[in-house]
Design a binder for this molecule. Structure first.
Ligand SMILES: Cc1cc2nc3c(=O)[nH]c(=O)nc-3n(C[C@H](O)[C@H](O)[C@H](O)COP(=O)(O)OP(=O)(O)OC[C@H]3O[C@@H](n4cnc5c(N)ncnc54)[C@H](O)[C@@H]3O)c2cc1C
Length: 450
């Protein structure tokens, strides 16, 4: 018998296992797939380093990089290559630079936003109305409605929707403002105007980012963090073992797998919500309905390797597509231009990101869609030399309006079943930093810290 069983060896589960070890607890991390890491899918092949899943961690959410430091990976952290402008949005048939100093949708500097060709003079004038509009009601609302109410339709379709369309699953319109972008609601509640509020508060934060890139990864890609965690866990991590059943016992929990059963006084469920739901159904968990109501959407990536010879020039780190531009993908990242050391000399990497129904296509179709989009964007292309596809059917949770109520119900239910904690992207943040924090905090809760 161990002190703790972690179900799921994605980044949340690995971080939970690591935290348990650090606290001197004996732990087993059971991962269904043959390789740990969950959505993180770094492939190293023929001199290429390709991310089929997540591609970066944001530096201003410190938890993943702090964990990397603890694991001795601090020296392997890499920032993005300098590029100005770094990213573009394709609107009205052309790619325009994203105005500098933009945080989600709000500017920390006005100049770049006033000058951007992404918005029409009318769109800019409508956005400026934010300066005089009254404060909206307290409480939650849909992200799309909020941005249109404060800044107008153009800011929504040309900036906010493309910028946020891939972060949470599927359609950014229906996202819960309070769950996905609480900082925006807080700005409005505190300062009334988003523009005035952000100029005051973000100016300070921006200066702390200068001199380094906003995004980070590791030499060898994000897989380096998974490998360091797996190394720290050693035999406590067992890949290739799917948990098939969960049952309460007099002293804790019994976890059934095809290879036999394990018992422990504490369990962290670090699996996506639908998998948690299946396991919790027979346990009397009182918030099954809340778990069932967390919607999931599909995501996919296609990475193509080209010879640089004959490849049309690509600008910055990548481009996002506004809706209605006729592309199937949400955007492209030029991985070799974004990160150092990702492609051998003479080769380039273009990664397409798909989200929502388009991401549900089969591998061959995704490849064809990515190539067609790229041709439309760049013109004639040399033949791709290699391709990698990452498919995540129903793989991305969406924090839609009502998410915080669902979360409260799940947290209350968790407290009713001693020795149980739920962690991962379904609950308190979908990014890698947040799932690392969530895995570690789940163990802290079980250890009685809070
Ligand atoms: C294409 C894509 C791009 C992304 N880009 C970024 C990015 O650039 N930056 C960023 O911060 N985030 C990004 N994300 C989000 C981030 O990758 C995920 O939210 C995060 O990796 C989820 O971690 P997790 O541990 O909660 O879940 P997962 O990674 O889903 O791990 C859950 C694990 O549980 C296992 N499991 C399920 N059921 C069982 C069972 N019954 N028994 C045992 N094991 C089980 C699964 O096999 C899986 O390994 C991206 C996601 C996708 C899909």
């Amino acid at each position: 018998m161990v002190d703790l069983i972690v179900v799921g060896g994605g980044l949340a589960g690995l971080a939970a296992g690591y935290e348990a070890r650090k606290r001197g607890l004996s732990v087993r991390v059971l991962e269904a797939a043959r390789r740990p890491g969950g959505k993180v899918g770094t492939v190293r092949e023929a001199g290429f380093v390709v991310e089929t899943g997540p591609d970066a961690v944001v530096r201003y959410k410190p938890w993943a990089l702090a964990l990397a430091d603890e694991l001795g990976l601090g020296g392997a952290v890499v920032g993005t290559r300098p590029a100005r402008p770094a990213a573009y949005i394709h609107v009205g048939g052309r790619a325009h630079p994203i105005p500098e100093g933009l945080n989600v949708v709000i500017p920390s500097r006005l100049g770049p936003l006033v000058r951007t060709p992404l918005l029409s003079p009318w769109g800019k004038a409508r956005a400026a109305l934010d300066l005089v509009l009254p404060r909206g009601p307290a409480g939650d609302e849909a992200f799309g409605a909020f941005v249109r109410r404060r800044l107008g339709r153009e800011v929504w379709t040309r900036l906010a929707a493309p910028l946020t369309g891939g972060i949470y699953g599927g359609d950014p319109e229906a996202l819960s403002l309070l769950a996905a972008f609480p900082q925006l609601k807080a700005l409005e509640q505190k300062h009334r105007s988003l523009i005035l509020g952000s100029l005051k508060t973000l100016r300070r934060r921006r200066s702390s980012r200068e001199g380094g890139s906003l995004f980070a990864s590791f030499q060898g890609g994000l897989g380096a963090l998974v490998e360091a965690l797996a190394g720290a866990l050693g035999p406590a991590l067992t890949p290739g073992v799917r948990v098939e059943g969960l049952r309460r016992t007099a002293t804790g929990w019994r976890v059934a797998t095809a290879a036999g059963a394990l018992e422990a006084p504490r369990v962290v469920l670090a699996v996506p919500a639908p998998a948690a739901l299946r396991l919790l159904e027979p346990t009397g968990f009182p918030a099954l309905e809340a778990l069932a109501k967390i919607p999931y959407h599909s995501a996919a990536t296609v990475t193509l390797a080209f010879p640089t010879l004959g490849l049309p020039p690509r600008q910055g780190h990548g481009v996002l597509f506004a809706e209605g531009e006729g592309f199937a993908a949400r955007g492209f990242t030029w991985l070799d231009q974004k990160w150092p050391g990702r492609a051998p000399e003479g080769a380039a990497l273009a990664r397409a990101y798909f989200s929502g129904p388009a991401a549900e296509a089969e591998e061959e179709e995704l490849l064809a869609l990515a190539l067609a989009d790229l041709r439309r964007l760049l013109g004639e292309l040399p033949r791709p030399e290699r391709a990698w596809v990452g498919r995540f059917p129903q793989g991305m949770p969406a924090y839609t309006v009502g998410h915080l109520e669902r979360l409260r119900a799940i947290e209350a239910a968790e407290r009713e079943l001693p020795g149980l904690a739920l962690a991962g992207a379904a609950y308190r943040g979908v990014g890698l930093p947040e799932v690392v924090r969530d895995g570690r905090e789940a163990v802290a809760r079980l250890a009685g810290d809070s």
